[in-house]
Design a protein. Structure first.
Length: 87
Protein backbone atom coordinates (compact mmCIF):
# COMPACT_ATOMS: atom_id res chain seq x y z
CA UNK A 1 0.00 0.00 0.00
CA UNK A 2 1.21 3.49 -0.82
CA UNK A 3 -0.90 6.43 0.37
CA UNK A 4 1.15 9.62 0.57
CA UNK A 5 0.07 13.25 0.49
CA UNK A 6 2.32 16.29 0.73
CA UNK A 7 2.38 20.00 0.05
CA UNK A 8 3.23 20.90 -3.53
CA UNK A 9 6.21 22.92 -2.31
CA UNK A 10 7.84 19.89 -0.65
CA UNK A 11 7.34 17.65 -3.68
CA UNK A 12 8.64 20.38 -5.97
CA UNK A 13 11.83 20.75 -3.93
CA UNK A 14 12.39 17.00 -3.94
CA UNK A 15 11.91 16.74 -7.71
CA UNK A 16 14.07 19.82 -8.41
CA UNK A 17 16.92 18.48 -6.29
CA UNK A 18 16.95 15.06 -7.92
CA UNK A 19 16.49 16.31 -11.48
CA UNK A 20 19.73 18.28 -11.27
CA UNK A 21 21.61 14.97 -11.38
CA UNK A 22 19.44 12.45 -13.26
CA UNK A 23 16.45 12.12 -15.59
CA UNK A 24 14.98 9.07 -13.81
CA UNK A 25 15.07 8.00 -10.17
CA UNK A 26 13.93 5.17 -7.92
CA UNK A 27 11.96 6.35 -4.91
CA UNK A 28 12.16 3.97 -1.95
CA UNK A 29 9.22 4.30 0.45
CA UNK A 30 9.39 2.77 3.93
CA UNK A 31 7.53 3.21 7.22
CA UNK A 32 10.12 5.82 8.23
CA UNK A 33 10.07 7.99 5.12
CA UNK A 34 11.28 8.51 1.57
CA UNK A 35 14.80 7.61 0.44
CA UNK A 36 16.31 8.44 -2.94
CA UNK A 37 19.89 7.86 -4.06
CA UNK A 38 21.00 8.87 -7.53
CA UNK A 39 24.33 9.16 -9.33
CA UNK A 40 24.82 11.13 -12.53
CA UNK A 41 25.70 9.18 -15.70
CA UNK A 42 29.40 10.09 -15.49
CA UNK A 43 29.57 9.03 -11.80
CA UNK A 44 30.79 12.45 -10.69
CA UNK A 45 27.85 13.70 -8.64
CA UNK A 46 25.54 11.93 -6.21
CA UNK A 47 22.40 12.99 -4.37
CA UNK A 48 21.25 11.11 -1.27
CA UNK A 49 17.87 12.37 -0.17
CA UNK A 50 16.12 11.22 3.00
CA UNK A 51 12.78 12.75 3.98
CA UNK A 52 11.15 11.67 7.25
CA UNK A 53 7.55 10.51 7.12
CA UNK A 54 6.51 13.37 9.44
CA UNK A 55 7.33 15.89 6.66
CA UNK A 56 4.33 14.59 4.70
CA UNK A 57 0.66 15.36 5.37
CA UNK A 58 -0.32 11.68 5.10
CA UNK A 59 2.05 8.71 5.25
CA UNK A 60 0.54 5.23 5.02
CA UNK A 61 3.23 3.09 3.48
CA UNK A 62 4.30 -0.49 3.37
CA UNK A 63 7.68 -1.04 1.71
CA UNK A 64 7.52 0.12 -1.91
CA UNK A 65 9.87 1.16 -4.72
CA UNK A 66 8.70 3.39 -7.56
CA UNK A 67 10.71 4.45 -10.60
CA UNK A 68 9.82 7.91 -11.90
CA UNK A 69 10.84 10.07 -14.83
CA UNK A 70 11.76 13.41 -13.29
CA UNK A 71 10.58 15.60 -16.19
CA UNK A 72 7.08 14.10 -16.06
CA UNK A 73 6.97 14.30 -12.26
CA UNK A 74 7.94 17.97 -12.32
CA UNK A 75 5.25 18.69 -14.94
CA UNK A 76 2.59 17.07 -12.75
CA UNK A 77 3.75 18.81 -9.58
CA UNK A 78 3.78 22.20 -11.32
CA UNK A 79 0.02 21.94 -11.90
CA UNK A 80 -0.54 22.72 -8.21
CA UNK A 81 0.10 25.85 -6.18
CA UNK A 82 2.66 26.03 -3.35
CA UNK A 83 0.02 25.43 -0.65
CA UNK A 84 -1.87 22.69 -2.50
CA UNK A 85 -1.87 19.13 -1.18
CA UNK A 86 -0.87 16.49 -3.73
CA UNK A 87 -1.38 12.76 -3.32
Amino acid sequence: MLNVTARQELLSRIADTISIVVEEARFDFSENGLNVRVVDPSHVAMVKLDVDAVAFETWEVEEAMVGLEMKKLKELISLGGADDIIS
